[in-house]
Design a binder for this molecule. Sequence first.
Ligand SMILES: Cc1cc2nc3c(=O)[nH]c(=O)nc-3n(C[C@H](O)[C@H](O)[C@H](O)COP(=O)(O)O)c2cc1C
Length: 177
Amino acid sequence: MSEGGPRRGDTAAFRSLMSRWATGVSVVTATDQGHDAGLTVNALLSISLDPPSVLVSLMRGVDTLPVLERAKVFGVSLLSASQRHLSERFARAIPSQEKFEGVAFRRGTTGVPLLEGSLGTLECRLVSMTEVFDHFLLVGEVLGLELGREESPLLFYRSGYATAEGGDRLQLPPAGR
Ligand SMILES: Cc1cc2nc3c(=O)[nH]c(=O)nc-3n(C[C@H](O)[C@H](O)[C@H](O)COP(=O)(O)O)c2cc1C
């Protein structure tokens, strides 16, 4: 990286480059004193196997963050290709309670909402929270997991949704982004 980090003008190039990094899509949820919150997250990474742990990166200011910080536990639902509407719903800037309206979910043993029909779900204990620039990196130790549907995953690539039918043929978003 050049001295002083990337110039402001490089932000678009950085976004464009990172959009070539295809990811899965998840919904991270938390609940505190009866208040459910959740958001769409593709910055999810598995860290260790022993114990199993994951990292999620949340933007400063998202509504889910303070709820998660108080609850000290969070859920992760890995979305299938048929759950694109849930990715869109949980990415919307609407009040937390509206996000869950009409959505089929169950409560995990920690009380977090876990979305039905997902590829799988995790329940995590918040182990650390580190502020890095405009994001918070949250590490969670996996307390419980459930394998869900054997389906194609929902993918995010070049700022759009993609699916991998049969696991090998990618259905890509329109080119030119
Ligand atoms: C595919 C996709 C992936 C996203 N990944 C993240 C992410 O990793 N971290 C994050 O903070 N926001 C991410 N977002 C944006 C949040 O979902 C969005 O800002 C949401 O409205 C925040 O909800 P909240 O304020 O109710 O918590 C993503 C959005 C989309 C569509």
